[in-house]
Design a protein around this ligand. Structure first.
Ligand code: NAD
Length: 247
């Protein structure tokens, strides 16, 4: 799928690796100026350097409102505004996918801070710079886990709720807000952390037998941020090979 993003300005949180890096690459390939905002400054800068001259790595924590405000302000000043926000930064490693009692309050709080409040903060901060821009679009990265409970799943269910809420609240500013709920996709984090047994069990619950690929999620993002989705807002697109439909 190829969409023309020439002249567009995109902010991708968690842009240093995994989906975030793949989203950034695709948007930059389409001609956008892309800002990879990541907690890990080294990976953000390395990813931006690899992507090309129209990609920029920025160190920031999505839960740090003052820092995110400064980042968005700087980007908007340089380009006149922001067109696309991808709320992708999220905690989903094994450490944050355990039962609540095992995780303990401190980790649960951090999980919800990053996955939920990070999405709220980045959207509220970026929205004034996106208002009235042609094709302005927010895409939140939820998860198929949202439909099966658990601490992590509950944080992603909140992301789906926020998608509907922001779609309603930002429509008057011409900003569409949608979400993608990916199934298990073999990003580095999943590859290094998920044991083959769990992976096999999840795959056996898919309708389609093949592995989901990063490109499947990138294509969903390109669709939702592109002009063919101009009448779509408040929706969550499940990209799971049927996994989410089966639960
Ligand atoms: N990979 C999957 O199978 C899968 C499935 C469903 C949903 N997701 C969701 O997709 C998103 C990306 O997944 P991934 O596998 O690419 O993740 P990843 O762990 O490979 O990369 C996430 C990136 O986000 C950054 N990050 C973490 N906390 C941050 C913060 N507070 N502020 C700024 N940056 C921060 C990390 O440094 C990292 O570079 C996450 O929200 C995840 O929950 C992933």
């Amino acid at each position: 799928m190829s969409t023309n993003y020439a002249g567009k300005v995109a902010v991708v949180t968690g842009g240093g690796r995994g989906f975030g890096k793949a989203f950034s690459q695709a948007l930059a390939d389409g001609g956008a100026s892309v800002y990879l905002v990541d907690l890990d400054s080294e990976v953000a800068e390395a990813a931006a350097a690899q992507i090309g001259a129209n990609a920029f790595g920025i160190a920031a924590d999505v839960t740090d409102e003052a820092r995110m405000q400064a980042v968005c302000e700087e980007i908007a000043q340089a380009h006149g505004g922001i067109d696309i926000l991808i709320n992708n930064a999220g905690l989903h490693s094994h450490e944050y996918s355990r039962p609540l009692a095992e995780m303990g309050l401190q980790k649960v709080r951090r999980l919800f801070d990053v996955n939920v409040m990070g999405t709220v903060a980045c959207t509220l901060i970026a929205a004034p710079y996106m208002a009235g821009r042609d094709g302005a679009s927010v895409v939140n990265i939820a998860s198929a886990a949202a439909f099966s409970g658990g601490g992590y799943g509950t944080s992603k269910l909140a992301v789906i709720g926020l998608t509907m809420t922001f779609a309603r609240e930002l429509a008057a500013d011409g900003i569409r807000v949608n979400a993608i709920a990916p199934g298990v996709i073999l990003t580095d984090t999943i590859r290094s952390e998920m044991d083959p047994g769990t992976l096999g069990r999840i795959k056996s619950m898919q309708f389609l037998s093949q592995d989901g690929e990063e490109q499947d999620i990138v294509d969903a993002m390109l669709f939702l941020t592109g002009p063919t989705a101009k009448f779509i807002t408040g929706e969550t697109l499940r990209v799971t090979g049927g996994f989410a439909a089966g639960i």
